[in-house]
Design a protein. Structure first.
Lengths: 85, 264
């Protein structure tokens, strides 16, 4: 009986959790399928993949960071449309 | 407490965490502790998504008076092309007044051979960059993102003076409610016309330095171009801007040995 109760609680919470998850995505349009495959680091630090070193920035003031990934194009632009940047 | 009870409680706590998961909120009043804002849905080290605001060494904005100027190398002037956008989106970001360019907009700046499309522009009140501790009335940021995700911000200090008709179009169309957006096929905008008519968009003087986003997550790797020329809006327009957001400026960050380059 106790096991049946535990299983039923777990199932009901799973259903509630699914709804909660989909609601969260609605309010964060940037977390699309592409972003979900990326690391959480990229989600929270959109420019982190192109962080400059002290040396490079001082040597070339007109050149921004170089080591970005091309597939970031749409997500970075989308991010800056959704947030202040 | 037996193992089954412990297991049940663990499951319940896990689901409660999911149910109440939300992206971390921030505001300018608490900027000193942005770095400490927690995302309860993440484990360490991502539990502190804005940590860079506190530990970054190339943060923006800066006090230009604290930086050394590289006098040995003069940079080429900026070449900007900001044609009229016929379908901009006027956006209240929740932190500022913003205009997003349309997806097929062709406006950009060129740095060498590389193009940086204009994605949006927005305003801060007062200015974020200061000179010897003194801010300007406001500041305009043109945000550009290259195809490979690099960010360049062209900034212009705003002083009180002549009214700016293009800025008035922005003020009249940005919704007052946070997250509000407005796109009207009858309202076009020319980003270049925010700049003084006397200024040649293909011949812009500036100061350049390495920095970061001035809002969380304060990501570094952003190259800044602060225009030498100040632009103007009227006192009435400044009051209108304040009616949306006031004091939405980050304070000056440590220069940490950064050197300014310029066209002058």
């Amino acid at each position: 009986m106790l096991i049946k109760t535990i299983v039923s609680i777990a199932l009901s919470l799973t259903i509630v959790s699914c709804f909660a998850d989909s609601g969260g995505n609605d309010s964060r349009p940037l977390i699309d399928a592409q972003k979900k495959t990326q690391s959480s680091s990229t989600q929270n630090n959109p420019q982190s993949q192109s962080t400059q070193s002290s040396t490079s920035s001082e040597n070339s003031a007109t050149q921004p960071a170089q080591d970005s990934d091309t597939k970031e194009k749409s997500s970075m632009a989308d991010y800056c449309r959704q947030y202040t940047c | 407490m037996n193992k089954i009870q412990v297991f049940t409680i663990a499951i319940l706590l896990g689901y409660i965490n999911l149910l109440f998961a939300a992206p971390p909120e921030w505001n300018h009043e608490e900027q000193a502790t942005w770095w400490a804002i927690e995302d309860a849905t993440k484990d360490l080290p991502m539990r502190y998504p804005f940590a860079e605001c506190g530990v970054g060494q190339h943060q923006s904005p800066i006090d230009l008076a604290t930086a050394k100027l590289n006098n040995t190398k003069k940079l080429n002037k900026l070449q900007s092309s900001y044609p009229i956008d016929t379908a901009p989106t006027f956006f209240n970001s929740g932190h500022g007044v913003q205009v997003n360019t349309s997806l097929n907009y062709k406006g950009e700046i060129k740095i060498g051979e590389e193009s940086y499309p204009l994605i949006q522009f927005h305003f801060h009140e007062p200015s974020e960059h200061v000179i010897d501790g003194k801010p300007f009335a406001a500041e305009l940021h043109y945000v550009h993102v290259s195809d490979d995700g690099k960010i360049i911000v062209v900034a212009a200090a705003i002083d009180i003076g002549a009214e700016n008709p293009t800025f008035q179009t922005v003020l009249d169309n940005v919704p007052h409610e946070p997250s509000g957006k407005k796109t009207d096929a009858n309202i076009a905008i020319n980003p270049a016309s925010l700049l003084p008519a006397s200024l040649d968009p293909n011949d812009l003087d500036f100061y350049s330095f390495a920095g970061s986003l001035t809002t969380p997550p304060c990501s570094e790797g952003v190259q800044w171009y602060l225009l030498s020329q100040v632009i103007t809006i009227s006192a009435t327009q400044l009051d209108q801007l304040k009616s949306f957001y006031s004091n939405n400026a980050r304070s000056s960050q440590n220069i940490n040995g950064r050197v300014l380059s310029s066209t002058n």
